[in-house]
Design a protein around this ligand. Structure first.
Ligand SMILES: [Zn+2]
Length: 291
């Protein structure tokens, strides 16, 4: 599932390309992703000929601000990612007329929704598992959406003081706590492993036992890892791709996530191990991430 760095990259890359353009049509193979807006027909009527004024990220969601009082709120879910290109319809489905990864990478071939823009380009959602959805939302209603209302703060927008306060009275294991969107938004399986590897904490450490000094290290690693991942344009080990169809590069520098059996890059003699926690896998070095 795309996490903060991946969604941030998608929003930034799309923003460069589509601001000021108008949506002239929308195609979708099913009505389901638009159910909360009363179906595709109704959705189309609202967005048709509207100019795009901004593209931004909120938690793991992409928000496309349209002229007028509404925005498109996009949940890419597990396997969805937004692409920017040109496709034409053939018998077997939509085919990219731009060569390269939009045409060749299998992850970019599951087009479910296409926005046609007035520069002859399109924005498409490739979504293998079909959980992605889109909603039209009033600009003032966005923060009150049930998807956002109870979410924790944005990790790159809080001070250490605010981060520390989150842990007051908080109990549980470190990795699931960091992955809990109601605790802090945008961190999932990949970056929780990477942050804890960097900071040197065991994924099962109890948060109620952490001291200020420990939280400071975790906070610093969180900022460092997330910013680095944005710089590397996210992690394409799984389904996520850039709007150009190409891969992000964070998978090339992963230290813990999916590195089971490899030597710890801190050169401490540790071998990365995997364990199950809250039905997810955690990857860590048993030498420098002791409980
Ligand atoms: Zn190590």
């Amino acid at each position: 599932m795309p996490e903060l760095p991946e969604v941030e990259t998608i929003a930034r890359e799309l923003k460069k390309r589509i601001i000021g353009l108008k949506i002239i049509d929308v195609w979708a193979d099913k009505d389901k992703p638009f159910r909360q807006s009363g179906g595709l027909k109704k959705f189309l009527k609202e967005v048709e000929n509207k100019k795009i004024v901004d593209v931004r990220r909120r938690a793991k969601f992409v928000v496309i601000d349209l002229e007028g009082p509404r925005s498109i709120f996009i949940h890419q879910k597990i396997s969805g990612h937004l692409l920017y290109g040109k496709w034409k319809k053939e018998k077997a489905g939509w085919k990219s007329i731009i060569s390269g990864p939009l045409k060749n990478d299998l992850k970019n071939k599951y087009l479910r929704i296409i926005f046609f823009l007035n520069n002859d380009y399109q924005v498409a959602l490739s979504d293998l598992r079909r959980f992605g959805k889109m909603m039209l939302v009033g600009d003032e209603e966005i923060e009150n959406l049930k998807e956002l209302k109870k979410l924790g703060p944005e990790p790159l927008e809080i001070s250490f003081g605010q981060f520390k306060n989150l842990f007051t009275k908080k109990k549980g294991r470190l990795k699931p706590v960091l992955m809990d969107p109601y605790f802090i938004a945008g961190i999932g399986n990949i970056y929780s492993d990477e942050i804890l590897w960097d900071a040197g904490y065991h994924p099962l450490a109890r948060v109620e036992k952490l001291k200020e000094n420990d939280l400071k290290k975790i906070f610093n690693s969180m900022i460092k890892v997330l910013n680095k991942a944005i710089k590397y344009q996210g992690d394409s080990m799984d389904d996520y791709r850039l709007p150009s169809g190409g891969k992000g590069h964070y998978q090339e520098i992963q230290n813990a996530y999916q590195q089971t059996g490899k030597k710890c890059k801190k050169k401490d003699g540790g071998i990365i191990q995997r364990l199950k926690v809250a039905s997810r896998s955690a990857h860590f070095c048993p030498v420098h991430q002791k409980i």
